[in-house]
Design a protein around this ligand. Structure first.
Ligand code: PEP
Length: 249
């Protein structure tokens, strides 16, 4: 089973519109011949409409949305609105949303359902904080995140999801997981998908690594049998580093 290789850039709350347009144009131009890796970018939602006009073969997603159709939810955007503006994917369960905005596993589950209902590809983020890693209970912790918010999906729905393992202690810290730590968790995640669904489905799901992945370490991470690409934060904000990560397979 050949799984999709994917590199996704999470721009977070960075860049102004002109920088964002330039970055999309540059990445699209540099990546024009890269057809075997799916490239996904997650810009600030406000820039979606402009980016949709120039995105070329890049896929564009949102970092956040609210899982209701419409109505009195001041300041929020719905999944149908972001779809209407060209987004094909949504990041769900990112640790910054879980920690800073107190998103619960229940809310994350509602977001998963809303995205699936609107045929938006889910990039489901999971990962343990440092205290859990230090107590060596990271497997239980991550498995529970998956059970609580993702594994209720049907066989056909789960296949529309990408899973991103992002140990929180590695995000934005410059402290990457070792290849052993990454492969061990990715392998476990695939095994849980097989237990909950079946081996064929488990083999078909792309599992990305995120957490200080950069141009120097992407190569060895992407060489792990169960690592199918990366979710990149800081290093996705410059064309050169992002492209060099994309070329690390
Ligand atoms: C992220 O926020 O998803 C991430 C992986 O960030 P960074 O690459 O900066 O650690």
């Amino acid at each position: 089973m050949i799984r999709k290789k994917i590199v996704a850039g999470n721009w977070k709350m960075n860049l102004q519109l002109n920088d964002a347009i330039q970055l999309v144009e540059d990445i699209a131009a540099e990546a024009k011949d890269i057809l075997d890796v799916e490239l996904l970018i997650f810009p600030p939602t406000l820039f979606l409409v402009e980016i949709d006009k120039i995105k070329s073969h890049l896929k564009v997603g949102v970092q956040n949305f609210y899982p209701k159709e419409s109505g009195a939810f001041t300041g929020e955007v719905s999944i149908s609105q972001i779809k209407n503006c060209g987004a094909t994917h949504a990041l769900i369960g990112h640790s910054e949303r879980r920690e800073i905005f107190q998103e619960s596993n229940e809310l994350i589950k509602l977001k998963v359902d809303s995205a699936i209902e609107h045929e938006i590809g889910v990039v489901f983020c999971c990962g343990e904080p440092l205290s859990i890693r230090e107590g060596n209970t990271q497997s239980l912790y991550v498995k529970q995140q998956l059970i609580d918010s993702l594994f209720h999906l049907s066989n056909s729905e789960i296949q529309k999801c990408i899973i991103a393992y992002e140990p929180i202690w590695a995000i934005g810290t410059g402290k990457t997981a070792t290849i052993e730590q990454a492969e061990e968790m990715h392998c476990a995640i695939r095994m849980w998908v097989a237990e909950c669904y079946n081996q064929e489905i488990a083999n078909s799901i792309s599992i990305l690594y995120g957490g200080s992945c950069n141009a120097s370490n992407a190569n060895e991470l992407f060489a792990c049998p169960n690592v199918d690409g990366g979710l990149i934060g800081g290093a996705s904000l410059k064309t050169e580093t992002f492209i060099s990560i994309v070329k690390s397979f």
